[in-house]
Design a protein around this ligand. Structure first.
Ligand code: NAP
Length: 457
């Protein structure tokens, strides 16, 4: 695979001395493209760079020819589709009927549908774009491919973006031809089955962070609750009881006190469902029964919840660094110094407080470092490079050192259990994780409530 990645995007024999794309040798496979928009241009550039002979079909070739690499031939639609066996249809669905006049030229050829519907179109049409194209051209073989690749990725090359090209068609031969083409262009073809899967493939670019909605709402809900609590405790109560104006604390100090609370609750919500699942399996004495739906969903969202916990912890660290920069902090410092001078105190040093703060900070940095380790190992590219033992090792080392996101714990709990002793083992493992987590949270909360925050002087 690395060899493939090392391949230059544009083969040397196709680059002229002036750097422009030269003509591909005449024996190179010929590929047609219908349309001259953004996608067609990027596709043509990539195909030419991969050694294909490209002919582009436009309604107005004179206007668009200058936008394509010189190696690509830009001509009228009918001429463009007459010789190539594979033709990319880089036009929108609503314009498919305008291509029907080309039916005779297209008969028996492979049409590659690259289109993506809008969300409304996807909901409105029961039939996928690819199936619609197939219904308009019954004598052609339609292959759905490249729709998940953006024009930008095509132009920049697969090294900088998504490498997977999802392909589906009812004709295995046509699918193989397009797969080979994708491979030659440096992409990784993924067989998605028959053309009936096209609707599913077309829905992929429409997704907006699936799986994040509930965890994000949960994090926001927790933030609002804790913020309200800290506001009442640190701002409203001193104002009502002692008439002290501490409203300046709202933008930084209260937010900074709120963030670790949210991070810790989210963190415990990462491990709680795993423990519940293990207890449930132990009670049932088998792993061969489905979890209740709510638990199943909770288990599936652990990675997102863990990453949000990491996000809150990182923000907390950044806010903490900013605390001494505030004007209020400087005034407090000066006022305290004046008080000391007036009180004739020359050397202020409380050994216990010094030690408490040192350890408090050190634990915070260690916890954040551990959280970062777990967050990094939850990235698909890194998680996929680890085997199960390595993955468990990182999780185990990280959690036993105090802080954890559990963000990588999205691997199914069930997969490890084969018998009851294994279930017992897992339960105790999870219990120890929970214990570490709880200890860490308690120490943190206890010390911060004893005035061991950077905010207090
Ligand atoms: P675009 O820039 O608007 O280009 C569409 C092209 O369709 C026009 O340049 C036009 O070329 C051609 N066309 C053919 N018949 C037409 C008609 N009757 N009316 C209007 N135009 C007609 O769009 P695009 O971004 O290249 O997208 C093309 C297709 O690729 C779409 O189906 C899109 O969903 C898909 N896609 C795009 C991207 C992307 O990143 N842009 C990514 C994935 C998939 P002529 O005027 O030369 O005929």
């Amino acid at each position: 695979m690395s060899g493939e990645m090392d391949k230059p995007l544009i083969s040397h024999r196709l680059v002229d001395s002036d750097g422009s794309l030269a003509e591909a040798p005449s024996e190179a496979p010929k590929v047609g493209i219908l349309g001259s928009g953004d996608f067609a241009r990027s596709l043509a550039t990539r195909l030419v760079g991969s050694g294909f002979n490209v002919v582009v079909g436009s309604r107005n070739p004179k206007r668009t020819a200058g936008l394509f690499p010189s190696a690509a031939q830009v001509t009228f639609q009918a001429e463009a589709v007459s010789s190539p066996e594979v033709i990319f249809v880089a036009v929108f669905r609503e314009h498919y009927p305008s291509l029907c006049s080309l039916s005779d030229h297209l008969a028996g050829k492979i049409l590659v549908d690259v289109s993506n519907p809008t969300e409304q179109e996807h909901l409105r049409h029961r039939q996928s774009n690819a199936e619609y194209l197939a219904s308009l051209f019954p004598t052609c073989t339609v292959v759905k491919a490249f729709n998940v690749i953006s024009a930008w990725t095509l132009q920049a090359g697969p090294r900088d973006g998504n490498r997977q090209v999802l392909i589906c068609s009812d004709q295995p031969e046509a699918k193989r031809a397009v797969s080979e083409m994708a491979h030659a262009m440096g992409f990784m073809p993924v067989d998605m089955g028959s053309l009936a899967s096209a609707r599913e493939v077309e829905a992929i670019p429409l997704r907006l962070l699936p799986g994040w909605k509930v965890p994000t709402l949960l994090a926001l809900g927790l933030f609002v609750c804790f913020y309200a609590y800290n506001f009442i405790r640190d701002v409203l109560q001193p104002y009502v009881q002692e008439g002290k104006n501490k409203f300046y604390k709202l933008p930084v100090s209260v937010v900074n006190t709120t963030l670790p609370c949210v991070a810790y609750v989210l963190l415990s919500l990462v491990y709680l469902p795993g423990m519940l699942a293990a207890v449930l399996q132990l009670r049932r004495g088998t792993k061969y029964r489905r979890f209740p739906d709510w638990l199943d969903h909770w288990l599936q969202h652990r990675k997102q919840i863990g990453l949000l916990s990491f996000f809150c912890a990182t923000l907390h660290a950044l806010y903490s660094f900013c605390l001494p920069l505030r004007r209020s902090h400087r005034y407090d410092l000066v006022n305290m110094t004046i008080k000391q001078v007036l009180g004739n105190k020359s050397h202020l040093w409380v050994e216990e407080e010094v030690w408490r703060m040192e350890i408090y900070l050190s634990l915070g940095v260690l916890a954040l470092g551990t959280l970062s380790l777990l967050a990094v190992t939850s990235l698909p590219s890194i998680a996929n490079s680890l085997n199960w033992r390595e993955f468990s090792f990182v999780q185990c080392v990280a959690t036993s050192s105090g802080g954890n996101t559990g963000s990588g714990t999205s691997r199914p709990v069930q997969s490890q259990n084969t018998n009851l002793p294994a279930l017992h083992h897992q339960t105790s493992f999870l219990a120890s994780q929970g214990f570490c987590l709880l200890t860490c949270a308690c120490v943190h909360l206890m010390w911060s409530s004893r005035g061991c925050e950077l905010d207090t002087i």
